[in-house]
Design a protein around this ligand. Structure first.
Ligand code: ADP
Ligand code: MG
Ligand code: MG
Length: 914
């Protein structure tokens, strides 16, 4: 007979059942159940209870809503055991056992599946319990909560009728909080609630405790397939075939009076990572009250004054659980008449900053190894350090102008700017239209997640650090400020108010999730520095274990500088075309292209030479001591000329002006202009290509216009000689793009190297240089043994290589069919984001292998955008590339990803990142 139910004291049995792996226990019992059982084993005070397995859930759903054989019987049996342990009886009016019914899947899905508390109460039990406790307030408070939760969660009635009834009673008593209602009010409310149930559900509230329990369990099972659960799993990448566990647990009561409380806490600060506990609690309250954000909570530190004994015990348990799980814990607790009970623990969600600091601190505390720390941080979390914050001057101006609107809790760092949208659907729609959006809600709920993901940032007026909004924002790295209680949101009028200030939907707002401040208008943002003590340390550990270089793509000295400060070890791609586009140069470049006779072309090139030289001087200085790979001109020439249509319009315009002009000089000037434009137009037409991507570009340009690439090489070597004389350690690498055939390369290289030698001898300076090529065309990859004769290095231009291998142009694909290909699963991943391992990756493998048969010390790297993608980095490492080169802001990410690839390839199991 299958074992469907495990008591919290049977974690050993569960472990045996799954073969000893803790992940298996979590899969079987769900995360909540597994940890409740583990805490029980550790001797932490946990109210007795049991878990119905995820397998039972799947079987129930599979069988179309039938308990699998023996499951219900096992539940009853387990309930009897709990009765024995507690000395109470389920449904017994004299000494009743009350339980909660809690869902819990393998991965925590905040707020996805609802919990029902106080199961086992009915009119009879209630009166018995009043006699036994002498606390009618507590009993009726619990009863009305049961009816409300049961009806909304299990019977599917909406919250509003219940909330309206409560609001009416609060108003008539003039109290703010439900806990301040009198016993009489509570009694009246339970009656009203029961009428609501009959009216909306067409059936009475079930008085039979067993029926309550059975319906609650079934409802948890079914909630696995609820829409919000499915949406959340889709967003978080959680598989749909895991099922949820159901935990039935003896109730403990935080609502028994002033010596009772309930709260949630993190064992470290989840925002900054500081090693101090943080949390919230409420006196005389139950469960959800703390996270619901209806009542102002007290910070955990105050519990030390209120209930010193419980606080001390909790602090010790938090520490112990951290040591046991070797990670920061997110815990729930309840104090009943001064006695502490633990109700949940799990690895806590945290910001990127906190994740890094906690991982590093835990290494230094001896809790985890450096490699574990490296595996715990996701590349995305490192990326987060490069996200925007407000430009200080912009911030100052906002403050001076009185645009500081309000302050809330800083629950998920980063600055975000956007227009206010008051609901998730609108936020999503506006974001799709390309607008920047801040989603503003009183508080968020699971069905708001799509809007939260679409928004740049999230703002709520209610809720604490552990509210739904805070959890989701942290998990998805969205800047968020919650609980900004001075903001009053009017969803009917679609405005928010702070004092006299009114902000309407669609107006600009800027929020700072790092500080919690909220500003009116559109503040400027900037990329912060990665100069964070803990990140620096973590990345230095990454550098110790990684065995593939991390270089950068940089065209300007400032980018080179920045990348170097992020840890780049060289430039893998310096494109020269950007320099040609500078406004003061473009006319010269155009003259060079337009030249009819070579004397004119030489004159234009001579003008460009010193400009190019200066570019390289700056970059060489910035990269003193490191290699700099410079790619010779690559794009088709027409890119440097004006657009055909634009020229036509200009011409028409000029002709009209001739007609209208009155003086001869004016006419002459215009005519000269017209003539120039017409020449340009003819050249543009002449350079027009049917398929520019496959046209006159790359090495072909150098073959057709050898003076051009020779000028570039001269500029590079003159710059190198110049800085070398100043003591700069310079290592230029000349990279010829888009080679298909070895003969292209041999010719170009011979001409260019001759120029290089000429410059070096003119300056009597020897420069350490090398010549190489990009591998971007399948033919080059397949003939790499020949190519390598003339190339000292290969650099994979994986963007073009992907286009040429798939035979698709990226721009056209993204516009037309790539999305459908991904949606329909024709492609598993976007090959322009992650290298296609079977096609493009295979070509790379062949190229490296063949290239190194000719030239064993052939250096190989990648300089496409893929160089910053973690999966592609892992592939490059396996292909034995020497380095990956990526944009400056990806450099820190690549350092971590390279280390992770080295660790996981060496067989160390990845610890699931939080
Ligand atoms: P969630 O996953 O939404 O946090 P939980 O199952 O953890 O749902 O329960 C919701 C709230 O009810 C929590 O605050 C929890 O601590 C509280 N709770 C659950 N079971 C009990 C119990 N047996 N006694 C007291 N409080 C409980
Ligand atoms: Mg819940
Ligand atoms: Mg919980």
């Amino acid at each position: 007979m299958t074992k469907w139910v495990y008591s919290f004291s049977e974690v050993d049995l569960a472990e045996n059942q799954v073969g000893g792996e803790w992940e298996g226990v979590r899969a079987l019992l769900g995360g909540k159940g597994a940890n409740l059982a583990e805490m029980t084993r550790l001797g932490v005070p946990v109210p007795p209870g049991f878990t119905v397995t995820t397998e039972a859930c799947l079987a129930y759903l599979d069988e179309g809503g039938q308990f699998p054989d023996g499951a219900w019987e096992q539940i009853i049996e387990a309930l009897h055991s709990v009765e024995e342990v507690t000395g109470k009886r389920f449904g017994d009016a004299a000494n009743p056992l009350l339980v909660s019914c809690r869902s819990g899947a393998k991965f925590s899905m905040p707020g996805m599946m609802d919990t029902v508390l106080n199961i086992g109460l009915n009119d009879e039990v209630v009166s018995g319990l009043v006699d036994a406790t002498g606390n009618a307030h507590f009993v009726y408070d619990s009863y009305r909560r049961l009816i409300q939760m049961f009806s909304t969660v299990v019977l599917g009635i909406r919250e509003e009728p219940f909330e309206d009834a409560l609001a009416k009673h609060r108003a008539s008593q003039g109290v703010e909080s439900d806990s301040d209602l009198t016993v009489d009010e509570l009694v009246a409310i339970t009656w009203e609630f029961k009428t609501i149930v009959e009216r909306y559900a067409g059936r009475p509230f079930p008085a039979d405790p067993m029926e309550q329990l059975r319906l609650a369990v079934e409802s948890v099972f079914r909630s696995w397939n609820g829409k919000r659960a499915i949406d959340y799993r889709n967003a978080a990448g959680i598989p749909h075939d895991l099922g949820t566990g159901v935990n039935i647990q003896t109730m403990v009561f935080g609502n028994m009076g002033e010596d009772s409380a309930t709260g949630v806490a993190m064992s470290r600060n989840a925002t900054t990572g500081e090693p101090t506990m943080e949390g919230d609690y409420l006196i005389n309250a139950q469960g959800e009250d703390v996270v619901a954000g209806n009542r102002a909570t007290n910070p955990l530190a105050e519990l030390a004054d209120h209930m010193p004994k419980a606080h001390a015990e909790f602090a010790a348990i938090a520490k112990r659980l951290e040591q046991h799980y070797r990670d920061m814990q997110d815990m729930e607790f309840t104090v009943e008449h001064g006695k502490l009970w633990m109700l949940q623990t799990r690895d806590g969600k945290r910001t990127a900053q906190a994740a890094v600091r906690i991982a590093v601190d835990m290494v230094e505390e001896g809790l985890i190894s450096k490699n574990e720390a490296l595996l715990r941080i996701t590349p995305g979390q490192v990326d987060f350090f490069l996200h925007p914050s407000f430009v200080p001057s912009s911030l100052e101006t906002a403050v001076e102008d009185g645009r500081h609107l309000a302050t809330g809790l800083n629950v998920s760092p980063g600055a975000a700017v956007g227009v206010v949208a008051f609901d998730a659907d609108l936020a999503e729609r506006w974001a799709k239209d390309g607008r920047d959006v801040i989603m503003v809600r009183p508080e968020t709920q699971p069905d708001d997640v799509h809007g939260m993901l679409a928004a740049n940032g999230i703002l709520t007026s209610r809720g604490g650090r552990t509210s739904h909004a805070a959890l989701v924002a942290r998990q998805f790295g969205k800047p968020a400020v919650v609980g900004a209680s001075s903001i009053e949101i009017d969803l009917m009028e679609r405005v928010m108010r702070v004092g006299d200030t009114v902000v309407s939907e669609g107006e600009w707002l800027s929020i700072d999730g790092t500080s919690g401040h909220i500003y009116l208008g559109e503040l400027d943002t900037r990329i912060p520095s990665v100069d964070n003590e803990w990140l620096t340390k973590l990345l230095s550990w990454a550098d110790e274990v990684r065995d593939i270089g991390v270089w950068t793509n940089a065209d300007y000295p400032r980018d080179a500088q920045r990348a170097r400060s992020y840890g780049a070890e060289g430039i893998g791609l310096c494109r020269t075309e950007h320099m040609f586009f500078e406004p003061d140069r473009l006319p010269v470049v155009q003259r060079m292209i337009m030249a009819k006779i070579s004397a004119d072309r030489d004159a234009a090139l001579a003008e460009l030479l010193p400009m190019q030289r200066e570019d390289f001087v700056g970059i060489f200085r910035a990269m003193d001591g490191l290699p700099v790979t410079i790619r010779l001109l690559d794009p088709p020439l027409h890119e440097f000329l004006p657009d055909f249509e634009e020229l036509m319009t200009d011409l028409t315009d000029l002709k009209l002006r001739v007609k209208a002009s009155s003086t001869l000089t004016e006419i002459n000037e215009l005519l000269a202009q017209i003539q120039a434009d017409e020449t340009m137009l003819r050249r543009v037409e002449a350079l027009h290509e049917a398929n520019p991507m496959l046209g006159l570009r790359g090495v072909r340009l150098g073959i057709m216009l050898p003076e051009l690439t020779r000028m570039q090489v001269r500029a590079i070597f003159e710059a190198a000689c110049q800085v070398a004389k100043d003591g700069v350690d310079v290592h230029p690498k000349i990279m010829i793009p888009l080679t298909a055939h070895v003969n292209e390369l041999s010719r170009q290289r011979a001409a260019l190297e001759e120029e290089a030698r000429a410059v070096m001898s003119e300056h009597a300076t020897a420069i350490d240089y090398s010549f190489g090529t990009m591998i971007e065309i399948p033919r080059a990859a397949l003939t790499a043994d020949e190519i390598a004769k003339n190339a000292e290095f290969f650099s994979f231009g994986t963007n073009d290589l992907t286009q040429m291998t798939f035979g698709i142009s990226r721009d056209d694909a993204e516009k037309a069919f790539l999305v459908k290909y991904l949606e329909d699963g024709i492609l598993d991943a976007n090959p322009f984001a992650t290298i296609d391992p079977k096609g493009v990756g295979e070509l790379m493998r062949i190229a490296v292998k063949k290239g190194r048969t000719t030239r064993p010390d052939l250096e190989a790297g990648i300089c496409g955008e893929h160089g910053g993608d973690p999966d592609s980095i892992a592939l490059c490492r396996r292909l034995e590339l020497d380095y990956v080169s990526c944009s400056p802001p990806r450099v820190p990410v690549a350092r971590l990803a390279a280390a992770q690839a080295a660790i996981t390839d060496a067989g160390e199991v990845a610890v699931a990142p939080v």
